[in-house]
Design a protein around this ligand. Structure first.
Ligand code: AMP
Length: 408
């Protein structure tokens, strides 16, 4: 059976098509991946890459086409998958849904009731859930014979203990408004935690890990025995680490200060903290490659941005080691974690206090996507804690969870 994974954003749909490999298979096989972008604009782009059994890739790009809405985008995807001959056994669609609130702690087969329950989470994720729901509705309308499954970014963190997920605010705010910490990037943390345990030659139950998902969005998780026990994002993806354009942690009084003293509206503050802060706010760029180049050329603002970014991650690493009580591995993943040897070195510098010792030569130039099986160990032989660089694959995890939900 084939599974289509859809990640629907406000103006884009990312997708991947997997085959489950049939009975006795040792894993999913990627058949195609693609992206429909700038949906609703005058000129949209759609691109698909088909991956042959021998690994050969064939790319097909259509630029400057008119894709008016998500329904047309979905139609393009299905047409293209069918006309290229790869989609001949489609059985299910796995949808990434950002916020499951307290409602969802596992992948869930979608029906009318589930849609209503996802809609009820919109106040918690006004920037994300509506686009995810549009993708679900379009898929259900256009291909009603397929089973649709929702896979939630928050679900892996449903195991957080109350001591970690509660904010110290009145209980009524949690009960009535859902004000608590949920955590995000769950499919990525779950995927790399499982792969890290396998790389260490242990079961997940035996492992205490800190997973660092460092991409344009960034979050840390403490994973104890395969269960998330602490994570840096909270009610929304705004809390925690410094990100490309999000501030991460700040004193909530900053918000009142801006509203009161700068006359900003709640919406303006929300935009500034989500879209104009983080690395972008600190130095005017949010692409880490550019920032590293600028810092290497002596640019002070770029260096400060890197310093703040690294400092925040190290602070979380120390805190999570204390939460776990023992550390078996630190895992780096996503765009920055997988590719930037200098950032990994800066984060792990002088961390003997945690038993973490990087090996400079092993770390140099390592990119997860080029490593065998997408995993590289970059710690020194005498490091008490493993340092692993692992290529994340959220779509693969969503496909796995979609299949698991169908079997459940
Ligand atoms: P993601 O959101 O996981 O796609 O990650 C995007 C981030 O990864 C951007 O800030 C990129 O600058 C960063 N990134 C990608 N490749 C590299 C690289 N080779 N070195 C440093 N950062 C990188």
């Amino acid at each position: 059976m084939q599974v289509l994974v859809l990640n629907s954003g406000s103006s884009s749909i990312k997708y991947r098509l997997f085959d489950d490999g049939g009975e006795g298979s040792d894993g999913l096989i990627l058949l195609a991946r693609g992206l429909v972008e700038r949906i609703g604009e005058s000129s949209s782009t759609a691109a698909q890459t088909v991956v042959a059994a021998d690994g050969t890739e064939t790319e097909d790009v259509e630029d400057g086409i008119a894709i008016a809405d998500h329904a047309e985008g979905f139609r393009w995807i299905v047409d293209r998958l069918e006309s290229s001959g790869v989609a001949d056994d489609l059985g299910a669609i796995g949808h990434r849904v950002v916020h499951g609130g307290e409602e969802f702690s596992a992948p869930t087969v979608i029906d009318e009731d589930v849609i209503a329950r996802i809609e009820a989470q919109i106040p918690l994720a006004p920037l994300h859930n509506p686009a995810n729901l549009t993708g679900i509705e379009v898929a259900r309308q256009l291909r009603p014979e397929l089973t649709n499954v929702a896979v939630f970014d928050t679900a892996f963190h449903a195991t957080l203990p109350a001591s970690a997920y509660r904010y110290a605010v009145p209980e009524r705010l949690r009960a009535e408004q859902g004000v608590r910490r949920y955590g995000f990037h769950g499919t990525s943390h779950a995927y790399v935690a499982r792969r890290a345990a396998a790389a260490l030659g242990r079961t997940e139950e035996q492992c205490k890990l800190v997973t660092l998902h460092l991409g344009n969005g960034a979050s840390a998780a403490a994973v104890d025995g395969g269960r998330s026990v602490e994570t840096s994002m909270g009610l929304s993806p705004l809390e925690g680490l410094v990100m490309g354009t999000r501030s991460g942690d700040l004193d909530p009084a900053v918000i009142f200060h801006l509203i009161r003293e700068a006359g900003m509206s709640a919406e303006e503050v929300e935009r500034v903290l989500n879209r104009e802060s983080g690395l972008l706010g600190l130095c005017g760029d949010n692409d880490l490659r550019t920032i590293e180049d600028r810092a290497a050329a002596g640019d002070e603002a770029a260096q400060l941005a890197l310093d703040v970014y690294v400092h925040r991650i190290r602070k979380y690493l120390g805190a999570y080691a204390a939460v776990l009580g023992r550390l078996d591995a630190v895992v780096f993943t996503a765009g920055v974690g997988e590719n930037s040897d200098t950032l990994r070195a800066a984060i792990c510098a002088d961390l003997d206090v945690l038993g973490v010792r990087l090996d400079a030569a092993r770390n140099d130039g390592v990119r997860a996507s080029k490593a065998p099986d997408g995993i590289a160990a970059v710690h020194a032989d005498d490091s008490e804690v493993a340092v692993l660089v692992i290529a994340t694959d959220e779509e693969h995890e969503i496909a796995e969870q979609t299949l698991a939900a169908l079997e459940a």
